[in-house]
Design a protein around this ligand. Structure first.
Ligand SMILES: *[C@@H]1O[C@H](CO)[C@@H](O)[C@H](O)[C@H]1NC(C)=O
Length: 147
């Protein structure tokens, strides 16, 4: 009886070790996370100063890396947003080429502003993300672009 229960616990231990090894392996193949945070201004212009502009609530924002959308989100009432995306195989190489595109026209936050065109900003962050597996990017400055 005692021997069989010890065999059972050895078996359970083996299962636990195998499960731990598996989860470690899958954590290694996952390349990390992209975290994009910022505040969208309700304004036109070039390199808009977010601090002196009204906020843009309920704006659809889309980080694009190498021209491809990697995720999407919406700003909250104060114009801020936070987006997380899993790194795919191609993404780390493209982190230097990411932009944030605001898909909601400015007329939505201020009727006197254009109903076409979009705010766009390059995204930048510390390259130390390469070590921690978390790339944190923020907009460096929104500019209005006709499209
Ligand atoms: C709307 O935009 C116009 C033109 O930029 C500006 O003068 C006005 O103050 C804005 N209104 C609000 C409520 O921010």
């Amino acid at each position: 009886m005692a021997a069989s229960s010890r065999r059972t616990s050895v078996l359970l231990l083996a299962v636990a070790v195998a499960a731990a090894a598996c989860s470690t392996a899958s954590a290694q193949t996952r390349l990390g996370k992209l975290v994009v945070t910022g505040v969208v201004p309700c304004n036109t212009g070039t390199l808009i100063d977010v601090a002196t502009s009204p906020a843009f609530p309920d704006a659809k924002v889309e980080p694009r890396c190498g021209g491809n959308a990697v995720a999407g989100g919406t700003t909250s009432r104060d114009g801020s947003f936070a987006i997380e995306a899993d790194m795919t195989n191609a993404l780390p190489a493209l982190v230097g080429a990411c932009q944030l595109v605001v898909d909601t026209p400015l007329a939505k936050c201020n009727a006197t502003l254009p109903a076409t065109g979009a705010l766009v900003s390059y995204l930048q962050g510390p390259l130390g993300g390469m070590l921690s597996g978390v790339f944190r990017l923020t907009p460096v400055g929104f500019s209005f672009r006709m499209n």
